[in-house]
Write a protein that binds this ligand. Structure first.
Ligand SMILES: C[S@@+](CC[C@H](N)C(=O)[O-])C[C@H]1O[C@@H](n2cnc3c(N)ncnc32)[C@H](O)[C@@H]1O
Length: 457
């Protein structure tokens, strides 16, 4: 029997904050949907664009099983680490101590003396350290200026020692701490929401202090969680985080998900709660670039292309010549999509737009909605009869202020082409527009229902 009554006890356990990114959505919104839907411990929840794991974590706290899917290795690591609560804390403490002991002299050396040896500084330091064991030329692909020289070298030292740990769930917590502190406190990056270099933040950092604080947070949250689990106050749901493309989950989840195959969930997924990308110029791989580089997932341009190609097409920097989801779904047969594409094509013609990105705006619209149609078809098949899907998406005016009513168009595709019943678009909030001349854009929750199984004759 799973309990829900003590979930409140965990209010102070801020696992969500172990690592967040600028595109994460509010756990309160997810909590509200759980309550409204009456999600119960027998249910199975899916977040096909799980990002940093918000939905999966809420589900776990409520004692509900959940599957999360994402294309970003940084997000997969984050969602997985945040939802793995049975790690051995004594191993964590032992490795933490070892790690801090190993990095400390190197960090001091970096701050005080470049490649000089500490024992050359006289009696002030009894310990001598050589930095020769570290390869400061990797990872290579850090965007220029996003890390100052001394913090970069310290992070390279940290990475070196984390890489020497066994590859297991405890080490995932150190990897997560490492990537979380990069954009939060160590790098010179500003998110507005796009990541840009912050010249005002340049300089050295006390990486040991920043890292210790992050590890303290993780440790004390896990202590608390393990205690309430031991007391039987909470029986967390099982969570599976899968590295995959939400447009292909119709094939990948039946192959790779244990939860979907388990006897507990024979009817399939009961609820989808998610926030997919929407057509705007948000480049997820750029916003997580430091994290991806530091995880070794972005050693060259091919790595980056591989991640980008699996992403739903939502901006002009991930459109490829062989993309054909718009065509394969004949997406322009949807009047609203056709109107948007036509308006953009007219602007391109009338204004004689020849620059690459602008020319790609109409293609983003076609490929986005074509890709989302494939995704919605897969979700429909995975949902149990009567299952509900909630999509949090914003409208967009990023492209020459041509209005794209994302939720309304997805509702039309879901109902007319996929078979969902009674789609509902509900305003969640108005948010300040970031890239257009609009003052505000709508962020909506799109609700889709799969019809119940017809009563047996
Ligand atoms: C708006 S974010 C989700 C944020 C999440 N709700 C959270 O709270 O962290 C969208 C996510 O979709 C992922 N993504 C983009 N294309 C994808 C695809 N085709 N399949 C799965 N995930 C994808 C991105 O990597 C990103 O993490």
């Amino acid at each position: 029997m799973k309990h829900q009554s003590n979930v409140e006890r965990l209010e102070d356990v801020r696992v969500h904050d172990w690592y967040r990114f600028v595109f994460a959505y509010s756990d309160k919104l997810v909590e509200g949907l759980f309550e409204e839907f009456g999600v119960s411990a027998d249910d199975l929840v899916l977040d096909p664009f799980v990002g940093t794991g918000t939905t999966a974590l809420v589900a776990k706290r409520h004692g509900v099983d959940a599957i999360g899917v994402d294309t970003s290795p940084a997000s997969v690591l984050s969602a997985r680490a945040k939802t793995t609560w049975d790690v051995d804390l004594s191993t964590f403490r032992r490795r933490r101590e070892e790690l801090l002991r190993k990095v400390e002299p190197a960090f001091r050396e970096i701050t005080t003396g470049g490649n000089r040896r500490l024992d050359q500084f006289g009696e002030a330091s009894a310990e001598s350290v050589s930095l020769d064991q570290y390869n400061f030329s990797v990872p290579e692909k850090t965007p220029k200026g996003w890390l100052s020289e001394a913090p970069r070298r310290k992070m390279q030292v940290l990475r070196h020692h984390v890489a020497a740990f066994p590859d297991d769930a405890v080490t995932d917590l150190f990897r997560l701490a490492m990537i979380a502190i990069l954009p939060e406190d160590v790098g010179n990056v500003r998110f507005g929401p796009e990541a840009t270099r912050d010249r005002t933040a340049e300089g050295d950092r006390d990486v040991k202090h920043i890292l210790s604080r992050k590890l303290d947070r993780i440790e004390s949250d896990l202590e608390e969680l393990q205690q309430v689990m031991q007391n039987g106050e909470i029986d967390p749901g099982e969570t599976e985080i899968i590295d995959g493309d939400a447009r292909r989950i119709g094939e990948t989840l039946p192959e790779r998900s244990r939860l979907l195959e388990s006897d507990r969930h024979v009817d399939g997924v009961d609820y989808v709660i998610t926030s997919p990308p929407y057509p705007a110029e948000h480049d997820y791989t750029r916003n997580q670039r430091l994290e991806l580089v530091w995880l070794g997932e972005c050693d060259d341009n091919d790595d980056l292309q591989r991640i980008k190609r699996r992403n739903i097409r939502s901006h002009t920097k991930n459109i490829y010549v062989d993309d054909d989801e718009g065509e394969r779904t004949d997406i322009r047969a949807i009047d609203r999509v056709d109107e948007i594409v036509e308006r953009m094509e007219t602007i391109i013609e009338e204004e004689n737009v020849t620059h690459g990105f602008g020319q790609n705006y109409p293609r983003v619209i076609e490929e986005y909605f074509g890709g989302m149609q494939h995704h919605l078809e897969a979700v429909y098949d995975l949902l149990a009869p009567g299952g509900v899907a909630a999509y949090v998406v914003a409208d967009s005016g990023s492209y020459w202020q041509v209005e794209v009513e994302t939720a309304a168009i997805l509702a039309e595709i879901a109902a007319d082409r996929v078979g969902f019943a009674d789609p509902e678009v509900r305003l969640w909030r108005n948010v300040a527009a970031t890239t257009a001349d609009y003052d505000e854009i709508e962020e909506n929750v799109l609700l889709l229902r799969k019809p119940d199984r017809p009563p047996e004759a």
